[in-house]
Design a protein around this ligand. Structure first.
Ligand SMILES: NC(=O)c1ccc[n+]([C@@H]2O[C@H](COP(=O)([O-])OP(=O)(O)OC[C@H]3O[C@@H](n4cnc5c(N)ncnc54)[C@H](OP(=O)(O)O)[C@@H]3O)[C@@H](O)[C@H]2O)c1
Length: 359
């Protein structure tokens, strides 16, 4: 609220409210769940309350130790109900990319009285994929008086929060182009295989045809979120998906890529509005970008009157950027309107103080 017009001769007494830490429950203790744990453990504004994993090797471990630090006194449970009943404020669902696979966790979290944040890329703008399911989840959120949000780094930040924020200085937007070169070597073998890493050209083509190999998921969601925010209507989205075969063996943390198999891929998406290209994306993902002459980068070009070209160099580190974005949107989610919302409905997220040091 603006202070314009306030009586400056009568200073107000402002006592900052002492807020209780935001209590967080996790479903999924993979890379995202563990990195968020690492991040919030040093922040007094957060308290990790409970964690669920279906993975028997994670169950019964302390989540702090599993995440690579000292114990936090929270044991990873294989009983989802016990995690739902832990009295947390926010439930983070970090399991898969698919709305249908996180829907039950979302509904259970809402029924338990929590705001729900999920990294499922399809949840960033769910109406374009399954309007009936999105509406059901929206109604469940309204009935619970809570919010549901799909977010992360991409979708969530680069194509969305950052793009929309950058567009704030544009007088008009004729077209948008985003280019990312991403090092995907830090993802789990499950995520890398779903992306399309480690396959021969034939296996890659077969996997794409059968939709087992998807590449990065979330371009249509990000495009529609941008279009809805900027008053555009997308007619169609063209896409291309090409493998990048490794010339030599590439040893990664999760997978070793053999020479002749996919070390990465390129995706190109173009959304058309008013019979012309309006938003495009080139996405190069690789376990060793340097081996194909690339370095990581994130570039946003807004063509229009007072448009801009924004470059992040080096490009955003996917695991670290995702964990930070998730932690930083949680307080925004707590104050957001009820319903299935998007990052465009949030106040600007920003970092919070931390007592931890990282290396
Ligand atoms: N929006 C974004 O910017 C963004 C950023 C990062 C990740 N993501 C997405 O978020 C998801 C999680 O990422 P991650 O890096 O944490 O993956 P990950 O390291 O593979 O971990 C996923 C965890 O979820 C568990 N899981 C998988 N399917 C499940 C299900 N149906 N029910 C319960 N648990 C399940 C897995 O159990 P097991 O160990 O038993 O397999 C694993 O522990 C991925 O789909 C990824 O694409 C999105």
């Amino acid at each position: 609220m603006s202070d314009a017009g306030a009586d400056v001769t009568a200073p107000r007494e402002v006592s900052a409210p002492v807020a209780a830490p935001l209590a967080l429950a996790l479903i999924g203790t993979g890379g995202v769940g563990r990195n968020v744990t690492r991040l919030v453990r040093g922040r007094p504004q957060y308290r990790l309350a409970a964690a669920y994993s279906r993975n028997p090797t994670h169950q019964r471990q302390d989540i702090g130790s599993l995440a690579g630090g000292g114990p936090l006194g929270v044991t990873v449970s294989g009983d989802r109900n016990s995690v739902l009943e832990a009295g947390a404020d926010v439930l983070l669902v970090a399991t898969t990319s698919f709305l249908s696979e996180v829907a039950d966790h979302i509904e259970a979290g809402l029924a338990a009285g929590m705001d729900v944040l999920t990294t499922a890329e399809e949840a960033a703008f769910p109406w374009i994929l399954d309007e009936a399911l999105a509406t059901r989840l929206h109604q469940a959120a309204l009935a619970a008086g809570r919010s549901v949000l799909g977010a992360g780094l991409n979708p969530g930040f680069i194509f969305d929060t950052l793009l929309l924020t950058a567009s704030a200085i544009a007088w008009d937007v004729r077209s948008i182009a985003i280019r990312r070169v991403v090092d995907v070597s830090g993802f789990s073998a499950t995520v890398q295989q779903r992306l399309g890493i480690g396959f021969t050209a034939d296996e890659f083509a077969g996997g794409v045809a059968e939709e087992r190999i998807t590449g990065h998921i979330g371009f249509p969601q990000s495009f529609h979120l941008a279009a809805a925010s900027m008053g555009k209507s997308i007619q169609r989205i063209d896409k291309a998906f090409e493998p990048l075969l490794a010339a030599e063996n590439l040893a990664g943390a999760s997978l070793t890529v053999r020479a002749g198999t996919t070390g990465g891929f390129v995706q190109r998406y173009t959304a058309y509005c008013d019979d012309a290209p309006w938003m495009s994306a080139e996405f190069v993902a690789h376990v060793a970008p340097g081996s194909v002459g690339c370095r990581t980068t994130d570039e946003i070009t807004i063509d229009g009157y007072n448009g801009l070209h924004l470059t992040l160099d080096p490009g955003c580190q996917p695991q670290l950027g995702t964990a930070a974005m998730l932690a930083n949107v949680m307080p925004r989610l707590r104050e957001a309107p009820a319903g299935f919302i998007t990052v465009a409905d949030l106040r600007i997220p920003h970092t919070r103080p931390s007592s931890a040091t990282f290396d």
